[in-house]
Ligand binder design. Structure first.
Ligand code: SF4
Length: 268
């Protein structure tokens, strides 16, 4: 949840979500539509679908979340970063989780442009640095420092715990940052307009979110006609967005083009 959604919003929704789906078995027994409904307000609904698919795969394999990288990577929706974060935080494996912020920080510590480092060499560097006594705390710490201390434009080298070993600390501290340059948001959402703004409402992401919300509000299992313009989006854009949601498995369309959330248990 917290990979692409503000932590405050996650905190609000986490208790109810976990009460509804406390185990992989509980989630696998629910329909994808149930999980997508419970995901309301968290954005990027594909993650809800991936979670459901992963829960089904876990239950089919015996019900235990895999504790090794290979097993985690085999689950739907799990990539190299998530697999290592789960392995370190949940299972205490001494592996480094490399997100975009950690990647930047590692590059600076090594005195290299991350773009010139292979994924394998960055991963090897991250793994070599892990504190074997507490890989989970290490993973949280590195991610937080990468996001809040080793910022893209104004790294706080003076207060950084990696400063004694960092090959870039002195150079970066000496480079003045023009006052007019704004610090980019150091998350994967950096390039996206902020939710709640007029600019955001013109994005496909906004449209997709509103379409899924409409279907969440429909009676469970009931397919409904979703046509016509929505906000600043034309009827054609609405149709295209619905088709994309159907291709991704979030929505189902019947022969008449009516839509409902995927895998709804009850048919209209
Ligand atoms: S010393 Fe500065 S550049 Fe190096 S890791 Fe820390 S914040 Fe980043």
């Amino acid at each position: 949840m917290a990979q692409q959604t503000q932590i405050g919003r996650v905190e609000e929704r986490w208790p109810a979500f976990m009460a509804a789906f406390p185990t992989p078995a509980a989630m696998a027994a629910a329909s994808p539509a149930d999980v997508i409904r419970a995901w309301r307000g968290l954005g990027y609904n594909r993650r809800a679908l991936s979670l459901h698919r992963a829960a089904v795969a876990i239950v089919r394999a015996g019900g235990t979340v895999p504790g090794d990288i290979e097993g985690l990577l085999a689950l739907p929706g799990i990539g190299p970063y998530t697999a290592r974060a789960v392995a370190a935080i949940a299972y205490g494996l001494p592996v480094g989780a490399v997100d975009v912020n950690v990647r930047r920080m590692l590059g600076r510590i090594l005195g290299a442009d991350p773009a010139t480092l292979s994924r394998a060499s960055l991963q090897a560097a991250a793994d070599a640095l892990v504190d074997p006594a507490d890989p989970g705390t290490w993973a949280h710490a590195v991610m937080d420092i990468g996001a809040t201390v080793c910022r893209p434009l104004r790294p706080s080298c003076a207060s950084c715990p990696a400063q004694p070993w960092c090959r870039s600390a002195r150079t970066l501290a000496a480079i003045p940052v023009p006052a007019t340059v704004r610090e980019p948001v150091s998350t994967s959402l950096a390039a996206s307009p902020r939710p709640g703004t007029a600019r955001f409402e013109r994005t496909t992401r906004w449209l997709r979110g509103r379409l899924v919300d409409r279907l969440r509000d429909a009676p469970p299992g009931r397919a409904m006609a979703v046509d016509g313009p929505l906000g600043a989006h034309s009827a054609e854009a609405v149709t295209l967005a619905l088709a994309a949601l159907a291709r991704e498995g979030i929505v189902e369309l019947d022969a008449a083009g009516r839509a409902r959330l995927a895998g709804s248990a009850e048919l209209a």
